[in-house]
Design a protein around this ligand. Structure first.
Ligand SMILES: [Zn+2]
Length: 196
């Protein structure tokens, strides 16, 4: 019997490719990171973490209400936390680095985001992508209340934007390091639970 339950949301999939740049789709990258993340969470916690994927790895979510639907799945899953994985995009091709976003006012969301941010920055497999200041709230990252996974979910939540698909160097690093990036995210999640 596992001790903790983590709801994982992979930002895009099915008919929704997310951001696209130079022929690479955000949905492919988050699916790949997600696949590794499920594996690493089980290994690192020696089975104490069970994972609920609210956007299945082969998901076909495409409806307008897909995000609200996924938030509802999180809320009915009894998950202790929810982590959503995305790849960032910007009109400025120089924008690069990872960001971890939490809901303002959520103390536990901040701790979770901080642990993931720290692991991506300084963990064993960290420092793959440049550091951006953080963790930050959805307001600070300029998207207002746009993140359903932060705003409509009950458990502490963090959104990981694992680099910019629109930055050539980030894109290469993400493509080559899906496993390492997911290891860092897993370490951050585990440290949140164990208080390290
Ligand atoms: Zn996205």
């Amino acid at each position: 019997m596992s001790k903790y339950t983590v709801a994982l949301d992979f930002g895009h999939g099915g008919a929704d490719p997310g951001a696209m740049w130079m022929g690479v789709r955000e949905s492919w990258l988050v699916r790949e990171i997600g696949r590794h993340l499920v594996h690493h969470l089980t290994i690192i916690s020696q089975g104490e973490i069970s994972v609920v994927c609210v956007a299945p790895l082969d998901n076909e979510f495409a409806g307008k209400d897909s995000l609200s639907h996924r938030a509802m799945l999180v809320n009915s899953s009894k998950a202790d936390i929810v982590v959503s994985v995305h790849i960032n995009a910007a009109t400025n091709p120089r924008a690069s680095g990872f960001e971890v976003i939490y809901c303002p006012g959520s103390r536990k969301g901040l701790i979770l985001a901080d642990q993931i941010h720290e692991a991506l920055d300084t963990g064993d497999n960290g420092n793959i992508l440049p550091r951006r200041p953080g963790p930050i709230t959805d307001i600070q990252c300029g998207r207002g209340f746009g993140f359903t996974m932060l705003r409509k979910t009950r458990p502490p939540a963090a959104i990981v934007e694992a680099g910019f698909i629109t930055n050539d160097r980030d894109q290469v690093e993400i493509v080559e390091n899906c496993s390492n990036i997911s290891t860092c995210i897993a370490v951050g999640i585990w440290n949140y639970f164990t208080g390290d």
